[in-house]
Design a protein around this ligand. Sequence first.
Ligand SMILES: NC(=O)c1ccc[n+]([C@@H]2O[C@H](COP(=O)([O-])OP(=O)(O)OC[C@H]3O[C@@H](n4cnc5c(N)ncnc54)[C@H](O)[C@@H]3O)[C@@H](O)[C@H]2O)c1
Length: 252
Amino acid sequence: MRFNDTVALITGAGSGIGEETAKRLASEGATVILVGRTKQKLESVAEAIPGAHVIPADVTVKADVARLADYVANTFGTLDVLINGAGGSKSSFIMDTSEEDWDAMQNVNLKSVFLVSQLLGGVMKKQAEGEQEKRKRSIVNITSLSGHQAGAHIPHYSSAKAGAINFTKALALELAPHGIRVNSVSPGFIDTPLTEGSLQNEKFAKTIERNTALMRVGESEEIANVVAFVASNEASYMTGSDVLVDGGWLIK
Ligand SMILES: NC(=O)c1ccc[n+]([C@@H]2O[C@H](COP(=O)([O-])OP(=O)(O)OC[C@H]3O[C@@H](n4cnc5c(N)ncnc54)[C@H](O)[C@@H]3O)[C@@H](O)[C@H]2O)c1
């Protein structure tokens, strides 16, 4: 199996794409560490994953991420795969966006990727430096179609996701000498708790279908499949890349 002898940490693992990715990696042999804000949600995901570890943490808070990094460094001999899945969105036009909302969107979608990559990526880098024969390690950031195409009603989200795509490339350059690959996966419209409110609006759902070449919304599993490939050694020559998984939204 692709993730035998692999320790993988997934943020935003309590629901949606993060949850599905954790299940996918575990089903292929990984020991998974589930990270998110709500312990209860993580524990309910862990019920379906034998041996899963649950660590509640707010990835926008440096002290939380530092505690997480210490725990991982002291508990597991290695961290091989890091998935930055935590994120969130909110709708408002630029002229109506408060400073608080702007900051909150940057924090959860961009600063969190920086904090987790610096501190957990730092653990990975330190482990790699101590190895004669380096293990294969990789980081995958869940970015967004919105990082490629601005949405007028989600300016803070699309700006943060565009930043996360570029951050991914900078991190890939920095960690390549340590044998750590860094890539991002940009989903289009996926049916998750993040989008279920808007997808319940029939008119909105129809607009999404009409503007997607494959004429439907995607499922979390269809993103998890790609994340698993990018994280695995099958993608061993891939770093600094962004994979768009949008059902053909952008080409349409
Ligand atoms: N669903 C989509 O259409 C879509 C499209 C493009 C990108 N994405 C991205 O995919 C990722 C997963 O989103 P999803 O659609 O599965 O939604 P989701 O809401 O189900 O998952 C996001 C998870 O992140 C967690 N989270 C949020 N803030 C956090 C914080 N500060 N600390 C720790 N955990 C936090 C949430 O509790 C939640 O479990 C996000 O980064 C999102 O931006 C989703």
